[in-house]
Every structure is written in structure tokens, then in C-alpha cells.
Ligand binder design. Structure first.
Ligand SMILES: [Ca+2]
Ligand SMILES: [Ca+2]
Length: 370
């Protein structure tokens, strides 16, 4: 499904650290008045349209300011969703269960929700925060993990409507790996927040649904040797682990403290708004000695290379060195969707050779996003 062409899918934006991320669905609970009730706002309804099962927007804690939603005292609210009927999606929500909660707090995903017609409703994920057993329990799959209390925890669901599958992650760890539905629909039909007991309590914030992205691995399109001298290999040597290394030797250094190899690799991404950028090389020294390798990515805003792998010992055995960018990733993508990585090798102790050689079997960038 093309999200942009489907008017039933709400497109919403959230500003994070200067970059703007577009979500297929976003509910941060921040557009409503603090201390107001959710039913009747933003498409939220009571279970079976019962308006007495409300939940309140509170500013006592939140991930995004000012509000989160508090499910307690038999809260049972539903947000029907439309338009999520094919493709792969990632649903995320932050949950906070206080240690004072008693009983069960349920976070539920339906593939089909039909008010007042429960036989027509079909449950895909039902995560129960059980205070009495201190577990998070997916009733649909039977999976159980320790419940984390008094902290915001991410629940992430990778929903593949093409192959009817869901992976559920709790605090980054895989909890459930199962079919999305049996006897229901290949759709994301609704979200439900349910306080099963009068004194159970859970807070939620930043509920998002995004199209699932992919990761591309890029070979360099250009090499700039700033320091050192090429011994063997060429641009193509970086592209594969094929016993065809790019070898660069110490040639001339102003002082012994400076790196004697400094090489830039340029990449062209197809993802101008990446969600991850990684840079790695498989490298070794040919002669023994004490050497360290570091990796940087060119910050196109500052014009400086930001370290993504701090100096790490490199020996005469091949190792893979890797790092990834953090913060506003758009800073690392320049004109023509270019990304520039830099590898530096520095001598930090005695060597068996006056002109030590570094051997690079691969150099690649990995870029995630739509
Ligand atoms: Ca919020
Ligand atoms: Ca190679």
C-alpha cells in the first residue's frame, strides 16, 4: 500500500531534534487538554461505545511533553484504525507501569474490532502487565517475560500483513514470534487500553505506526587517500570480502602521533532520510606492532568527521571494525545523497616495520530507512 495515496491513513509528523519524522499514525496525547478525558477525542472511543470507561490525559509523567494517557479504574478505551490492510508495519508505544499498580493492565491490538459484536472482533496481541506475577504476558501467544516497573518501556510490534506474522519486542527483547491472526483479518484494526482491575494502572505515550523499513549495504563509489600510499588493490577491493584487499602503507607523516593512514570512502544512498547509518571495515596490519584504528562519518553540517568507532587495537589478524551514527542522521547525508566515511590508522607503539602496511578487505556503509 502506498501510504501517501491512502487518505484513510492519518499522516502525522513529530519533530525530533530538528529533524521531522513522518508517521503513518501518531498519537502522543499532547494535542488534548491536560486532565481531559480521551473518549471523543482523536478517534478514541469507549469499549462498545461505553463512555463511562474513560481514561485521563495527565502531565504527571510523559515521554513527550506534556501528556501521557493513564489507564486505571476500569479504563477501557479503543482507537479503531483504518488503512492498515497490507504490507509491513512497525507499531511502537511506550508503557509505564508503576509498582503501585495492582492487578492487570492490558495493551491490545485487534486485527478486527466490532463494537457490541464481540464474535466479530479478533485479537492479535494482548499484552498483560500482571503486577501479582511481575510478568508481561501475551495472552494470544502465551509468551511471558519479567515486567519492568517504574520505568518507560518500549513495546514494539513488527506486523507483516503479507505473510501474516508479528514479532513483539518488550524493552528491545523479542517476546513473541507468531501468526498475526487466525480467523480474523490481515489488518491492524484497533488499539485498546484496558485496566482490568479498579486499582491496576498503566501510562502510555508516543504510539506510532510506521511502514517497515529496509537496510541497504553500500560499496564505496569513490576513495580519497589523504594519508599513506596505496600498495595494492583499488576502489573495487573495498566492495567484497574476496581475498582482494586494498593495502595502504605508511608513506610520510608530519609527526608520529598523527594517523599514517587516512582514507575517505564515499557512498551514495537511496535513502535520503535514513533511520540508521553504519560504517564498517574488515582490516588487519601486515606487520606486527601497536596500531589503532578509528572510524568517522562526515557531518555535512559541521564539515567535521564525527567518530563512530573510537580508536581500537588492530592486529595482524583480520577483524571487523564498525560504528554507527547517532542523533540527527540527516547531517550525514549531503548533496546527491552522499555519505562519507573515514578510516584512520595510527601507530601507538613499536612496529616491526618502518613502513607498516594496513590491509582492508572491505569498507561498506549500511543505511536503514524507507
Ligand atoms: Ca506525550
Ligand atoms: Ca576485498
Amino acid at each position: 500500500m502506498n501510504v501517501l495515496s491512502n487518505s484513510r491513513v492519518l499522516l502525522a509528523t513529530l519533530a525530533i531534534g530538528g529533524s521531522v519524522v513522518t508517521h503513518a499514525y501518531l498519537e502522543n496525547f499532547d494535542t488534548y487538554a491536560t486532565n481531559s478525558n480521551i473518549i471523543g477525542q482523536g478517534g478514541w472511543r469507549g469499549w462498545d461505545n461505553d463512555s463511562t470507561l474513560n481514561a485521563t490525559l495527565v502531565n504527571t509523567r510523559s515521554v513527550s511533553a506534556p501528556n501521557s494517557i493513564r489507564a486505571t479504574n476500569l479504563t477501557n478505551v479503543v482507537r479503531p484504525l483504518a488503512g492498515f490492510t497490507s504490507g509491513k508495519w512497525v507499531l511502537r508505544v511506550k508503557q509505564y507501569v508503576p509498582s503501585t499498580s495492582v492487578g492487570e493492565a492490558h495493551f491490545v491490538l485487534f486485527n478486527r474490532y466490532s463494537a457490541n459484536n464481540h464474535p466479530s472482533s479478533d485479537w492479535s496481541v494482548e499484552l498483560v502487565a500482571e503486577s501479582f506475577s511481575s510478568t508481561i504476558h501475551n495472552l494470544q501467544s502465551g509468551d511471558v517475560a519479567p515486567l519492568i516497573k517504574d520505568a518507560w518501556v518500549e513495546i514494539k510490534c513488527e506486523i507483516d500483513l503479507t505473510v501474516n506474522h508479528v514479532n513483539v519486542y518488550y524493552n528491545g527483547a523479542l517476546l513473541t514470534n507468531s501468526a498475526w491472526q487466525t480467523g480474523g483479518l490481515l489488518a491492524i484494526g484497533a488499539v485498546q487500553l484496558y485496566a482490568f482491575d479498579p486499582t491496576s494502572q498503566a501510562f502510555y505515550d508516543d504510539l506510532t505506526i510506521d511502514p517497515a523499513g529496509t537496510v541497504e549495504t553500500l560499496a564505496p563509489v569513490a576513495e580519497q587517500l589523504l594519508r599513506g600510499q596505496g600498495v595494492s588493490g583499488n576502489l573495487g577491493s573495498w566492495s567484497a570480502d574476496d581475498n582482494n584487499p586494498r593495502v595502504i602503507k605508511k608513506f610520510f607523516v608530519i609527526n608520529q602521533i598523527e594517523p599514517f593512514v587516512r582514507v575517505n570512502l564515499n557512498f551514495t544512498t537511496t535513502k535520503p532520510s535514513p533511520t540508521s547509518i553504519g560504517f564498517e571495515t574488515k582490516a588487519r596490519m601486515i606487520e606486527g606492532g601497536l596500531f589503532q584504528l578509528s572510524l568517522g562519518l562526515l557531518n555535512k553540517t559541521s564539515g567535521q568527521f564525527d567518530l563512530v568507532q573510537t580508536e581500537t587495537a588492530v592486529s595482524t589478524n583480520y577483524s571487523v571494525f564498525s560504528g554507527s551514527a547517532s542523533g540527527d542522521l540527516s547531517r550525514y547525508v549531503g548533496t546527491g545523497n552522499s555519505i562519507t566515511g573515514q578510516i584512520a590508522v595510527r601507530q601507538v607503539g613499536p612496529s616491526a616495520s618502518l613502513s607498516p602496511q594496513a590491509s582492508f578487505e572491505t569498507g561498506s556503509a549500511t543505511v536503514g530507512g524507507q
